[in-house]
Ligand binder design. Structure first.
Ligand code: PLP
Length: 415
């Protein structure tokens, strides 16, 4: 299904015109498509076919409870990177037995909670982390299921801020040290060695780096096997890219097929952790044009969404298509689309050919991943509303924040 499409010049999400949503819920507002999200998750799930597998949606891409609940009802697992994300999964009805816990800085209290609710696996990123987990598990007399996350030292060919698989970054354990860490893990009484994990980065548009990393991991699996350390699963991470502009990333089917081919007859079950590819294309950010302003040779459209709502353009110089929710005939100009935040880096797009008037509503496309979840309240801007479209129905899944929300935790000392 096509979650967003024009009908007679008006942009729709599923069966509802986005202008209607902008009127009813105001702007800025994130809009997600239920059908789009479910279809993307199913594409991953069916791509692995009858091979034993678990699709663990990466919560950090979009942790809205409504989104997590949709996926939980499809039987999804979840990849979390904090205790907070674990609580979101539990609140949304997710199965803790399908949760994998990634991240380099797991705190003791987060480990304890994850052990208490019985998560599927901890992806361990350092020896001290493994030792701490063993101690905490011994306190409550359980064995902690673990996979060791390998840093395969491959170049993911993506933006440096979202590449995680080279030796120059903080993630995982270098492949050459991994055997020693596995040996140590086997000796720890409260650790149960289950698998191996790798995640080389995000917005990957080519399969080669993924397969290169996989080959390294499979080599390690064979060496461990020869030492009597038999693993049950391989976690290949997430990172499959989406089309923001001209990219043509592999489909989930091509991705899964390449991985299963590489695995050959290995009896390992597969965990995959897609985030962006599940939600990214299935959300837009609606924003209204406040002012048109000409400076020197440039045309600015000042809109009511800003870098606090969607930071990707400012942070990664990322491209998002920006389109009118109602097409109007007439001459276009090249606009820089900028928000009200007091930073020159506060822009959503530059040089965009549009025919605009003040009051028009624009859709910033492919904003379902790392949009709302990376938003902040900088400049004391309350968080945007979020809505979920389901056919002809629209559900408010996060009410617009208020300034009172923002000041609630602050205290003026006496005197
Ligand atoms: C961020 C992350 C993911 C998800 O990445 P996407 O690019 O959104 O698919 C998966 N696994 C780990 C360990 C991550 O850090």
């Amino acid at each position: 299904m096509q979650p967003f499409s024009y009908r007679n010049g008006a942009l729709y999400v599923e069966g509802v015109a986005l202008t209607v949503i902008a009127e009813e819920f105001g702007t800025p507002c994130y809009v997600y498509s239920r059908g789009g999200i479910e279809g993307a998750w199913r594409a991953f799930d069916s791509a692995f076919g009858s091979h034993p597998h678990l699709v663990c949606y990466a919560v950090k891409a979009n942790g809205n409870l409504a989104v997590l609940n949709l996926l939980a009802r499809l039987g999804s697992g979840f990849d979390i990177v904090s205790g907070g994300e674990l609580e979101r999964v539990l609140s949304a009805g997710g199965d803790p037995g399908k949760v994998v816990f990634s991240g380099v800085g797991k705190r003791a209290d987060e480990m304890l909670r994850a052990l208490e609710v019985g998560i599927h696996c901890f992806n361990i990123e350092s020896l001290p982390e493994l030792q701490r987990l063993d101690q905490i598990a011994s306190r409550i007399k359980v064995r902690a299921p673990v996979a060791i996350r390998i840093n395969p030292d491959v170049d993911a060919k993506t933006h440096p801020y979202i590449a995680t698989g080279t030796n120059a970054n903080k993630f995982g354990i270098p492949a050459r040290e991994a055997e020693a860490v596995y040996a140590e893990a086997m000796d720890l009484a409260h650790i149960e060695v289950r698998g191996i994990a790798v995640h080389i980065g995000s917005q990957l548009t080519r399969l080669e780096p993924v397969l290169e990393a996989l080959d390294q991991v499979l080599g390690l699996v064979a060496r461990l096997d020869a030492q009597g350390i038999a693993l049950r699963h391989i976690d290949i991470g997430g990172g499959l890219g989406i089309r923001y502009r001209e990219e043509s990333p592999p489909t989930p089917a091509a991705y899964a097929q390449a991985i299963l081919t590489r695995l050959g007859g290995e009896p390992l079950s597969v965990i995959t952790e897609p985030g962006r590819a599940v939600v990214g294309p299935n959300g837009v950010l609606l924003t209204r044009v406040e002012y048109l302003k000409d400076v020197e040779q440039r045309h600015f459209a000042i809109v009511d969404a800003a870098m606090n709502d969607l930071v990707r353009p400012a942070l990664y110089d990322a491209w998002h298509d920006i389109v009118p929710v109602e097409r109007r005939p007439g001459p276009e100009r090249r606009y820089d689309i900028a928000g009200p935040v007091c930073e020159s880096g506060d822009f959503l797009g530059s040089g965009r050919a549009l025919n605009l008037s003040s009051g028009d509503v624009l859709a910033v496309c492919a904003a379902g991943a790392y949009g709302a979840s990376m938003s902040s309240t900088y400049n004391t801007r309350p968080r945007a509303a979020e809505v979920l479209a389901d056919g002809e129905r629209i559900h408010l899944v996060r009410r617009r924040g208020t300034v009172q929300d923002l000041m609630r935790e602050e205290v003026i000392p006496p005197g």
